[in-house]
Write a protein of this length. Structure first.
Length: 133
């Protein structure tokens, strides 16, 4: 996995690689992500934001959410600060969220609710460099 670059706050990397921002992943999500990364053949920027460990930095999370190809937000595993901004974050079309909360109507803001990462390989489908458009 030497083609994966892990980036944490306050850093950012501006290159042409695909990028994923993962916010507050639980252990199961981390394992699923690792399985995906092992098989992903192209360079990838993995932005990892775990406010429970490093403290809240919402400005960074929002900035990276705007440049990442895909954002995965685990609402049930995050801090109060992230939950306060969650409706704003999930309004972005590139944000996919996980939650067991069936009371809060996040689906009104976004239909991008996910239950696992089984869809991720298709989202980042490897493009054959020899194919012509």
């Amino acid at each position: 996995m030497d083609h994966i670059t892990v980036i944490t706050p306050p850093d950012a990397l501006y290159n042409r690689s695909k990028s994923i921002l993962v916010i507050s992943p639980n252990q199961s999500l981390k394992q699923q992500l690792q399985s995906f990364l092992i098989s992903y053949p192209d360079p990838l920027n993995l932005y990892l934001y775990e406010p429970q460990i490093i403290g809240d930095n919402m400005e960074w999370a929002i900035k990276i959410s705007k440049i990442a190809d895909c954002v995965i937000l685990d609402l049930d595993n995050t801090t109060e600060m992230i939950r306060a901004f969650s409706s704003y974050l999930i309004s972005f079309s590139n944000v996919f969220y996980l939650t067991n909360d069936n009371f809060t109507p996040y689906n009104i803001i976004s239909a991008n609710r996910i239950y696992d990462l089984s869809w991720l390989p298709n989202f980042f489908k490897h493009e054959d460099k020899n194919e012509q458009s």
